[in-house]
Design a protein. Structure first.
Ligand code: ADE
Length: 267
């Protein structure tokens, strides 16, 4: 029940093709963490900073410990039944989560706002470009960054819409995964990356890796730029690039290649 299915959303592709001028309110990213100081240095850099300055994205941070209920500001406790490590307490997390008001639209309500609460966890569904696109269509995303051995399951049942992992390895906490997700999602918001075509030509768009690219000088350390790119024949260049994309994907990422072939076969 904690992992509500991540349904495909037609809205995301429509939103991607809209100009920034017609976009709704900024997408809100809210980070619940025991280490909120981790976020600003990343979010106040480069494109993510510009997204905020241009009113396309809004970032906020909540210190979970501020919602501890006792005088020792205790946020974790030992698991019932015994076992290793400490768990983040459901009551503390719940209070922190309530403070950011991640209201979900009631069934039948007319509001189009979509909010989701995401728990970063190595047990979650693996994050990918498709998921980033889906989340880019939301109006508010609340990231809950776990620490210690995990979180009390009741918080997951009550508040979490998606459990997401950024890969099959265990990190010390959910802060870096939340930043990875926020970066991947933010750059899909129309207007964040200057040239919309550079998003649609990304590696992984269409399940293929990107073709090799070169800039000046034409010769470097004895290596030259392929002649085809110098000839100005755009059709030939496009054909060469498509071939390179397929060849690279087949060699470097057989898993993606299989996916590509499956989709091509069924489409
Ligand atoms: N927390 C610890 N490891 C993680 C991972 N791989 N993905 C998401 N959250 C995590």
């Amino acid at each position: 029940m904690a992992h509500r299915p991540n349904s495909k959303n037609e809205l995301s592709s429509k939103l991607l093709s809209r100009s920034s001028a017609t976009r709704r309110k900024p997408i809100e990213f809210c980070f619940l963490s025991l280490f909120p100081e981790v976020f600003p240095p990343v979010l106040e850099t480069s494109l993510l900073k510009r997204a905020q300055e241009n009113g396309l994205a809004k970032y906020s941070f909540v210190q979970i410990r501020d919602f501890a209920q006792d005088k020792h500001r205790k946020v974790d406790d030992t698991p019932y039944g015994g076992g290793e490590g400490m768990l983040l307490k459901a009551d503390v997390l719940y209070a922190a989560w309530k403070s950011v008001g991640p209201r979900r639209p009631r069934p039948g309500s007319k509001t189009k706002a979509k909010a989701a609460t995401i728990l970063l966890s190595p047990q979650g569904k693996k994050f990918d470009q498709e998921m980033a696109k889906e989340f880019a269509s939301y109006s508010k995303l609340v990231f809950v960054c776990g620490h210690y051995e995990g979180v009390d399951e009741r918080f997951i049942d009550l508040c979490v819409d998606f459990e997401v992992s950024i890969g099959d390895y265990v990190l010390t906490g959910g802060e870096l995964p939340a930043l990875v997700m926020a970066d991947a999602i933010s750059r899909l918001i129309p207007g964040v990356v200057g040239n919309a075509r550079s998003v649609s030509g990304d590696s992984l768009e269409g399940d293929l890796l990107k073709y090799p690219q070169f800039t000046r000088p034409r010769e470097f350390q004895g290596l030259t730029v392929p002649d085809i790119l110098m000839g100005g024949n755009h059709k030939a260049i496009q054909t060469w690039r498509q071939k390179e994309m397929e060849e690279r994907t087949r060699l470097k990422r057989p898993d993606l290649w299989e996916k590509y072939l499956r989709k091509k076969g069924s489409g």
